[in-house]
Design a protein around this ligand. Structure first.
Ligand SMILES: Cc1cc2nc3c(=O)[nH]c(=O)nc-3n(C[C@H](O)[C@H](O)[C@H](O)COP(=O)(O)O)c2cc1C
Length: 326
């Protein structure tokens, strides 16, 4: 099982995570894989309550389950079991007849965040329905907003406000800069963070990158850039958790990852436009605008569409750096 477990963990680590922090650790014990939050990789400014960290864990869990099913393994999952000395997600694997769709498995290494401008083509109604139905978590609902439909305009307004609030906050910019890998050396030596290429600019020395981010990048300019990117897309998808706790955050990650893998298998690109979910007062206004029930949280916003170009893949830490010794 050990070799299999390492393969499964390698697929889990292809999951997306906020700023590519990869805030996870794994342990393997016979037929059980545990996924632990790595709190040394928190993002205290953009994610003070760690909800994005637990969403990222959910993405890793979903990749692991898709890869396990592909190997014919059944999985039983315990969320944060109380008989564990440490907070974790526990996955018990057994031989089974489980077979995941091959297409989802194949999409794991191909899925990526594509922050470019898309070509404006529309996703058909049938394909949009297929994407929304890929959400397998009852505790998460997924709402869609089509570019060109009047309903999307207030959502774009919330994205704009969130973007401006974040780029007006020096602590947000400093945290972001600390996770950007600007130079060729940082990129070749590193295995985490946001590479210059993934963000769509050439590699440059760190001092220059920091100067550009702190003086040249203006909140309104950044907001206009994101708005253009949204308008080049076809659809926004908003992930709403029924309640605001760790278990639901993990489920948002599982739901998002399954839809992202489905989109990838259909040749559809995706990128996050999360700003209104990240700035708490704006998130509350977004929830009120949507008429959500008390407790329901809009936690993740992505855009989907068709891209002509793919950025190079983002780096990942190798498996031996994320697996704890037995
Ligand atoms: C919970 C979560 C929040 C994210 N928020 C943003 C975001 O606000 N802006 C953005 O450009 N990317 C965001 N991302 C995408 C990550 O930066 C991306 O997954 C990571 O850099 C790895 O790259 P990859 O998705 O291409 O593998 C988010 C991802 C997750 C899982």
């Amino acid at each position: 099982m050990r070799a299999t477990s390492e393969q499964l963990i390698s697929f889990a680590t292809r999951a997306p995570s906020g700023h590519n922090t990869q805030p996870w650790q794994f342990s393997v014990d016979q037929d059980t894989i545990r996924i632990y939050p790595d709190l040394s990789r928190r993002l205290p400014v953009v994610d003070p309550d760690d909800h994005a960290l637990f969403i990222s864990l959910g993405c890793a869990l979903e990749n692991l389950l898709v890869a396990a099913a592909r190997q014919g393994l059944s999985a039983s999952i315990d969320y944060f079991p109380s008989d564990e000395p440490e907070e974790c997600l526990r996955v018990r694997l057994s031989e089974g007849t489980n077979q995941s769709a091959e297409a989802l498995f194949r999409a794991i290494p191909d899925r990526q965040s594509n922050r470019g401008i898309y070509d404006g083509r529309a996703i058909t109604d049938a394909d949009l329905a297929r994407l929304v139905e890929a959400n397998a978590c009852e505790s998460v609902s997924v709402r869609s907003f089509r570019v060109g439909h009047p309903d999307i305009e207030p959502i774009i307004g919330f994205v704009r406000e969130g973007n401006i609030a974040q780029f007006n906050d020096p602590a947000f910019v400093a945290e972001l800069v600390s996770w950007i890998r600007f130079s060729r050396r940082e990129i070749s030596e590193g295995s985490d963070g946001l590479t210059a290429a993934a963000l769509g600019f050439p590699s440059i020395p760190r001092w220059l990158g920091r100067w550009i981010m702190t003086t040249l990048v203006k909140p309104k300019g950044e907001a206009a850039r994101q708005e253009k990117a949204i308008r080049s897309s076809s659809v926004l998808l908003l992930f709403v958790a029924r309640e605001n706790d760790k278990r639901h955050w993990v489920d948002v990650g599982r739901s998002f990852e399954r839809i992202a893998l489905t989109a990838t298998s259909m040749g559809i690109a995706q990128a996050h436009v999360n700003m209104p979910c990240e700035v708490e007062p704006i998130r509350r206004r977004l929830a009120a605008h949507l008429g959500l029930d008390a407790g329901e949280q809009p936690l993740l916003l992505i855009r989907l569409g068709f891209a002509n170009k793919r950025p190079p893949p983002s780096p990942r830490r190798p498996v031996d750096q994320v697996v704890r010794d037995a």
